[in-house]
Design a protein around this ligand. Sequence first.
Ligand SMILES: [Fe+2]
Ligand SMILES: [Fe+2]
Length: 241
Amino acid sequence: MGFWLNPVQAWVWRDPVRRGYRLLRFAEVEADGGRDLARAAELTPDPKLRRLYLRHAADEQRHAEMFRRRGSDLLRASAAAGAAAGWQPDWLAPGERGLDDVEVEEGRDAPLLAFLHLSEAAAARSFKTYHAAVRADPETRDVFARILKDENFHMSYTRHELGRVAPKKQGWLLWKARLGRLWKGYLRFAVALGSLMGGVLLTLQYFILLPVFALGAKRAAKREPEGWAAARDRRDLKGQY
Ligand SMILES: [Fe+2]
Ligand SMILES: [Fe+2]
């Protein structure tokens, strides 16, 4: 995450309610990633990778627990102080992004390691920025510092193991994983833009089209006689239907 984003991050993390909800969202992603890694450990035929995946899964589970506990503490303290929930900019402060859509398949350790390496590297960069952004909250800062150590380990073991299991294809696999992340990033951006545009168009329709219909209805109402009036077409009253 670029240096220029640091003031934005300081703003995102300033509000304790927003901070609490962000941490709870991170906890979900970490727990989800932990489950996928446990599944990868079940499927791999490589004993060393199985051991590493299991350790990685346990780390992600522990991260989920740490984020959940700190997020709940923040929200509880804010509720006691009567603070309200603010806007939640998911896209401005993503968690261990990528870990939420790990694709685990039998016999595909090398692509998985390339994907994990890039996700962990991105997570390590983001958490470093968040660690700096929560300077005023030492407890949350400590959570990020502890998790950051594990993310650095995940980043380095995945790179090392990728070189071991696919020495000749490692460069290509990393590029492929990079392109996949770029594509997913584009899709996330397109969905966010689509929902923003949808909101803008509906609001414009509401303010431009609705007054025209309201005016027509008002004019039609003026043409109607006031009070009780006998029906102009009496045929309607001659039969049951
Ligand atoms: Fe993690
Ligand atoms: Fe991780």
